[in-house]
Design a protein around this ligand. Structure first.
Ligand SMILES: C[S@@+](CC[C@H](N)C(=O)[O-])C[C@H]1O[C@@H](n2cnc3c(N)ncnc32)[C@H](O)[C@@H]1O
Length: 355
């Protein structure tokens, strides 16, 4: 490390740091824009005044105008001072609206606000160790379900299930399926609807998420889906399932090895385990070119790792990476047949495993 201060580098980094801080604030504004529907409304309007935008979105004009100030100076929304009109360029809408599906980064921005709520508790555990419990994260299950729905709608039936040769035919014929760490049950609902002859079980430790999963399955008249509020580490139903999935539900487990062993035990001999988990390298330097890495390490520090440590768990972290994942899968008795990526899901790697 050089001891001479490079003033050009100092200046360049100061600008980078300012961009980072401004980006953090703008993330909060994007989150508000997503939750209030402002970004979606703007995408449907011609250049419009703040009065017109507020009326179209059914919101308070004074707040909308201040929010527009952040959006215009942040170069997200354009403004014509002569007519006092604002518009969202179509090229920007392609990354910021519900119509953009899995490309909607405003949906992701909500996580910044969620993590902000636990910052005090996180600072505390930096000092004294331990973790912050799942229950501290207001809106976690709702946010997770929203983002899973967006991704799964674009990927699950058309791109993900076909990763396993013959699986769609087996699901059509009727098999037993388990989704471990199912949250509010989005994946189960989609599969149970599409494959009425198969039987689906969702397991999650969070009673409130399971209650929502049950209510939504009932509302959709799904008689082939059931949900259990249970700790995955103590799940013991030997050779009962033909297909088991875990969507982003292994890396934040307290006891991931026990959960993988429980999944292995629950599979029938010709069964398949599809583990969908964060695409990362177990070596820090292997993540430098991943544009999502700062996001992933932040979410891990303030959620995935800490919820595991809060239970005295292993605290693998979101970026446990492919090398470590393969190690744990092998240790639990799995053969990893394939690891691939799915278009429409930039976050995850898809591990197809046989017992
Ligand atoms: C990141 S979320 C993923 C949820 C869902 N699979 C999805 O993709 O939307 C991880 C889920 O694992 C659940 N979970 C954590 N520890 C668990 C355990 N020991 N047993 C069962 N579920 C657990 C959490 O409650 C949470 O719903």
């Amino acid at each position: 490390m050089s001891t001479v201060l490079d003033t050009t580098r100092t200046q360049a980094f100061a600008e980078q740091a300012l961009g980072i801080v401004n980006g953090g604030f703008l993330s909060l504004m994007l989150s508000v824009g997503h939750r209030t529907g402002l970004l979606d409304t703007l995408a449907t309007l011609e250049p419009a005044t703040s009065d017109r935008i507020a009326a179209a979105a059914g919101l308070n004009e004074r707040y909308v105008r201040e929010w527009l100030g952040a959006m215009v100076t942040g170069r997200i929304i354009e403004y014509d001072p002569a007519t006092r009109t604002y518009w969202l360029p179509r090229e920007h809408a392609a990354s910021l609206t519900r119509a953009a599906g899995p490309d909607n980064l405003a949906e992701l921005a909500q996580i910044v606000a969620m993590l902000g709520q636990v910052e005090g508790a996180i600072v505390d555990v930096f000092r004294k160790g331990g973790g912050v419990d799942y229950r501290a994260f207001e809106r976690f299950h709702a946010l997770m379900a929203e983002s899973s729905h967006t991704t799964l709608e674009a990927t699950l039936l058309t791109r993900t299930l076909p990763l396993v040769p013959g699986l769609v035919d087996r699901l059509d014929a009727g098999v037993d399926v388990l989704d471990m760490g199912c949250g509010e049950g989005v994946a189960i609902r989609m599969m149970a609807q599409r494959f009425p002859r198969s039987r689906f079980v969702g397991v999650d430790i969070a009673a409130e998420a399971i209650a929502t999963a049950r209510a939504e399955a009932e509302a959709a008249n799904l008689t082939n889906a059931q949900f259990l509020a249970q700790d995955a580490a103590t799940f013991s139903t030997p050779a009962a399932f033909d297909f088991i999935t875990a969507f982003d539900a292994i890396h934040d487990q307290a006891a991931p090895r026990r959960v993988l062993r429980a999944i292995h035990e629950a599979l029938r001999p010709d069964g398949v385990f599809l583990m969908v988990d964060i695409a990362a390298s177990s070596r820090l330097e292997g993540n430098l070119d991943n544009p999502l890495a700062p996001f992933l390490f932040t979410v891990s520090t303030m959620h995935c790792m800490t919820v595991s440590l809060a239970q005295g768990g292993e605290g693998l972290g979101a970026c446990w990476g492919e090398e470590k994942a393969r190690e744990l899968l092998a240790e639990s008795g799995f053969t990893v047949v394939d690891v691939s990526r799915v278009d429409g899901d930039p976050l995850n790697a898809y591990y197809v495993c046989r017992p």
